[in-house]
Design a protein around this ligand. Structure first.
Ligand SMILES: [Cu+2]
Length: 174
């Protein structure tokens, strides 16, 4: 019951903050990238859970992100979890069967401050949107940024960061 109440309060707060600033969520930058390239991706935490400080940021990486490496952060620990891949791939001539699927930073970010959590990753060679769920755990409460747009244009309370992978441009022919 208490947990439900916290959820509702947090949700209302997120909605209010985001009506003031449409970027005020946990977001990704850049949002648009090119297939089959290496990319630095930043996950931007803009507020805590209803004023409670953030103590953990967890990324759930889809298979579109290959060989991801977190950038260490001063004052934060970082750990990765590997999982078996549905489709192994080749990297530098080696077959990769397991890959990083979860990245978890632990530290402390006050609600009044902003921070960025950075990874370097290769993107697969397929175009299209990729949803990257992020969980933000606070001293009190949590927020799961994992809602994907359903195409209806309905406002989401906890939208997941979405990476828009663009096709590799064919070389110009004159
Ligand atoms: Cu927000």
């Amino acid at each position: 019951m208490t947990r439900n109440k916290t959820w509702l309060t947090t949700c209302a707060t997120a909605a209010l903050l985001c009506s003031l600033n449409s970027a005020a969520h946990t977001t990704i930058s850049p949002r648009q990238v090119t297939a089959d390239s290496y990319q630095r991706l930043s996950f931007n935490v803009t507020h805590g859970c209803d004023a409670s400080p953030t103590i953990e940021v967890i990324l759930q990486l889809p298979e579109a992100l290959m060989g991801a490496k977190p950038m260490p952060k001063a004052g934060w620990t970082v750990e990765t979890e590997l999982r078996d891949l549905a489709e192994p791939y080749l990297s530098h001539g080696k077959e990769i069967r397991r890959d990083v699927r979860v990245i978890r930073w632990r530290g402390k970010l006050p609600d009044a401050h902003y921070d960025e959590f950075v990874i370097m990753t290769k993107l697969w060679n397929k175009a299209g949107p990729v949803v990257i769920p992020v969980t933000q755990i606070c001293e009190s409460g949590r927020m799961d940024w994992r809602e994907a747009p359903d195409g209806s244009g309905a406002k989401l309370h906890f939208p997941a960061p979405v990476l828009d992978i663009q096709p590799v441009q064919a070389p110009h022919k004159h």
